[in-house]
Design a protein around this ligand. Structure first.
Ligand SMILES: [Cu+2]
Length: 160
């Protein structure tokens, strides 16, 4: 499992750096009134010396949207991951996007989908406010961003 995690989490570094350039140059997200409500946004506190964390939230939308990107100044690499039990082993994979159907709560929570924060630049402590920028794409393929703050919270669990 450790090998699998590091392969997933570290390998996309070059790709991520390239896609940042691409999005700045070609695909400036438009500011439109979002049909989306984000609630219970929190990020797991880092362990001493640790450089990974995960952020969680609940997403509700009046219209179908897709969460396609998350940015934060606190981590070098941000990915959307999903976790599933497979033969008693917790496996994690990167997702291109999270589909949010109309009026159906989608929950990013421990043991399931999460925003993976890799190469965290400073410790995340209880009560810290972690700014996240969420980029969504609507059914019309237009994208829009939302800024939210994740609350630093302790959480015991197997994830990372
Ligand atoms: Cu993860």
């Amino acid at each position: 499992m450790t090998k699998l995690l590091s392969a997933i989490c570290v390998a996309p570094l070059t790709v991520s750096a390239l896609s940042v350039f691409a999005s700045v140059a070609f695909a400036e997200p438009k500011k439109v009134a979002p049909p989306v409500t984000i609630s219970n946004v929190w990020a797991k506190t880092t362990v001493p010396g640790g450089a990974v964390s995960a952020a969680y939230m609940q997403i509700n939308s009046a219209k179908p949207v897709r969460l396609i990107k998350v940015d934060t100044a606190i981590a070098d690499i941000v990915e959307i991951h999903d976790m599933k039990m497979n033969d008693g082993v917790m496996e994690m994979k990167a997702l291109d996007a999270v589909d949010v159907p109309a009026n159906k709560l989608v929950e990013l929570k421990p043991g399931g989908m999460h925003v993976m924060l890799i190469k965290v630049r400073r410790p995340i402590n209880k009560g810290d406010k972690i700014p996240l920028t969420l980029t969504f794409e609507g059914a019309d393929k237009k994208s829009f961003t939302m800024n939210v703050e994740a609350n630093g919270q302790e959480r015991n669990g197997a994830h990372h």
